[in-house]
Design a protein around this ligand. Structure first.
Ligand SMILES: *Cc1c(COP(=O)(O)O)cnc(C)c1O
Length: 366
């Protein structure tokens, strides 16, 4: 490789992923899952943080079962988790059997059509499958009548060899919602039809808020592993992700001058404005009003419109010299919690993490 190609290309910012915190969060969730096994949802590239490194750390911590959404994610995961059990949540797409074979992926089958297609293409040679039963969310899953028909079809069962029966709660983030009790009760009815098949019900919220009955045999937390909040309550888990953007210019702006597209910010006083090399293409949501970043541990306001690649912040109140060209401003992480940013832009931590984008330098602490 030529010297030029070996040089580090400077990025507009960096994403730091604390793999020790990730492993520690998993151990905590595993303790709470016990005696059930604790798996991990690593779909969408481990919620945007990088599935290879995150799954590697989770395997080292003892995690053996993983949930991805799509087969391509399972293929990537298999390269770092040679002996893990990998469930593909979004069902089975016809024609994908060779991929499922080659990478030992287990489909989560959620309709009679999917079951027929899976068995037609893999026969008895396929991995054992999981069955997804809909208990009220009406997103994916077999309805109760379909599940009951399968449960009494011995021929079908012997070919399918279901390894897991799962359902998903619609309202786990508000645990007092009666939907939860209803879905748990329906799931118990379905499980009684498949007495020898393991069950799985709990995402992060259900695991943290629910009682023992939601643990079943395997839990599948996602957001809590990555340090995100699963409900309106405070979050006792460790921060895993930190996003920082580089200061690329600091400029003086006279009172009455404007900043950025649309001239929406007009300086009310002589101001110092720092320009960050990250914008909405890097997950700084343009919709945000009143957002802050942190420089040297101090909060400063974002001013004007966020552009695709650039964001302006008002650093007038920092001491002269407290911010220099080349410094980093925290977008979220240790000073500004992920969930605060999510709240300000009217979304959830899940969406903030999965929209971090591909342009940051990625650093993994282990
Ligand atoms: C994403 C997902 C999970 C994990 O949910 P979190 O709220 O992130 O813990 C679990 N189960 C299913 C079916 C999912 O789609």
């Amino acid at each position: 490789m030529s010297t030029a190609l070996r040089m580090t290309v400077p990025a507009g910012g960096r994403l730091t992923v604390d793999l020790r915190a990730l492993a520690s969060n998993w151990r905590r969730l595993a303790d709470r899952s016990g005696p059930a096994e604790c798996g991990a949802a690593v779909k969408a590239d481990a919620y945007g943080l990088g599935v290879e490194r995150c799954a590697g750390a989770l395997v080292a911590a003892g995690c053996r079962s993983f949930f991805v959404a799509q087969p391509s994610e399972g293929v990537k995961l298999r390269s770092v988790a040679a002996s893990a059990t990998i469930y593909v949540l979004n069902g089975y797409t016809s024609g994908a059997a060779p991929i499922y074979f080659a990478h030992r992926l287990r489909p989560v089958l959620g309709s009679s059509e999917e079951i027929a297609s899976w068995l037609g293409e893999t026969g008895e040679a396929g991995e054992p499958a999981a069955l997804h039963v809909d208990t009220g969310m009406n997103r994916l899953g077999l309805d109760l009548a379909e599940a009951a028909a399968i449960a009494t079809d011995d021929g079908l069962l012997s070919r399918l060899r279901p390894a897991l029966l799962m359902t998903h709660l619609a309202c786990a983030d508000t645990w007092t919602n009666p939907m939860n009790a209803n879905q748990i009760r329906r799931f118990a009815e379905v499980r009684a039809l498949f007495p020898s098949v393991a069950g799985s019900l709990a995402n992060s919220a259900a695991l943290m808020e629910g009682g023992r009955e939601i643990r079943q045999d395997l839990t599948r937390p996602g957001i809590a592993l990555y340090g995100g909040r699963w409900s309106a309550a405070s979050n006792p888990l460790e921060t895993v992700a930190r996003v920082e953007a580089r200061v690329i210019q600091i400029r003086d702006v006279a009172a009455g001058e404007c900043v950025g597209y649309g001239a929406t910010f007009v300086a009310g006083r002589p101001s110092r404005i720092a320009i960050l090399s990250a914008g909405y293409a890097d997950g700084l949501h343009r919709a945000a009003a009143g957002q802050e970043v942190a420089i040297g541990g101090r909060r400063v306001p974002i001013v004007g419109r966020i552009s695709m690649d650039l964001t302006a912040v008002d650093v007038t109140d920092l001491e002269t010299g407290a911010v220099q060209r080349g410094d980093f401003a925290e977008v979220f992480g240790t000073v500004i919690p992920l969930d605060e940013v999510a709240n300000r832009v009217g979304t959830i931590g899940y969406e903030i993490l999965t929209s971090i984008g591909r342009r940051y330098e990625r650093r993994y602490l282990d």
